[in-house]
Design a protein around this ligand. Sequence first.
Ligand code: ZN
Length: 324
Amino acid sequence: MNAPAPIGLHHVTAIAGDPVENLRFYRDVLGLRLVKRSVNQDDPATYHLFYADGDGHPGTDITFFPWAHASRGTPGVGVVQETYLTVPEGTLEAWERRLEAAGTYTDPIARRFGDRVLPFADPHGLRLALVEGPEPFAFTPWRDGPVPASEQIRGLHGARAPLREVAPSERFLVDVLGFERAGEEDGWVRFVLPGGPAGGAGRILDVREERDTRRGAWGVGSVHHLAWTVTGDDHQVALREAVARAGRRPSEVIDRFWFRSVYFMEPGGVLFELATEGPGFAVDEDPGALGERLILPPWLEPHRLRIEAVLPDLSAADAPAVAR
Ligand code: ZN
């Protein structure tokens, strides 16, 4: 028997350059709330910055490891090429003006699979696209943010990645993870998680076969992994077992404190995670003050002074965003 499909994207994690530039762009230009200021649990001398909606809902969250001195990523097969973010219908022109005013070059507004999209890159070369669409999932506006609530980014919409071969990934996405094939356009094959009443944000993954493209490599400006939401521990264990039966060698369940994670590569080489919905970002902070101070998981707390001494200074970006 198949395990139920994940309900959508939980978060997308990418590699950034300078953390101050990252914070200024995602908080002050895109208007996402910094909901958690922590460290990379595998490399505590590096920040892990989490941006999301006002309440830090799973499915609204894009997170970064800022490695200011790392080399740029190399686009190619097996690496996510673009991350989609949902915005309300009719807001792309306002977004175009906002990004232009911030000095961000955007591609022309286009239509893909029937949706209006605005593609652009962040200051470190990470490709993003705002996609107009409905938001039948949990979202809370960030009241103190710089973007009017009616135009704010609603959450993750999906992602796309070129692959050397689509067929093995298609079998895995459909037979193991429960995606449905939902069409093809310009060579991109769209897979969608079934959703339904419990459907979350970010249910789309587009892949395109590129036989002659070289393997991509992680670096500044590339997505590190896509995390898909599982509703709880039982769901996570069932899907992990299905992934293992498919020969994808998942990691053990790792406690990330705000959620629990399992990692594996899908057959095309894209790193996936299965992340639990809870306990959530408010487990160790006042919801009104999320992201204001450095939060460490309990096992790193004894090393706080040493960690704080080596982390880059973010105070240059700590001026509060101006509401308007
Ligand atoms: Zn993750």
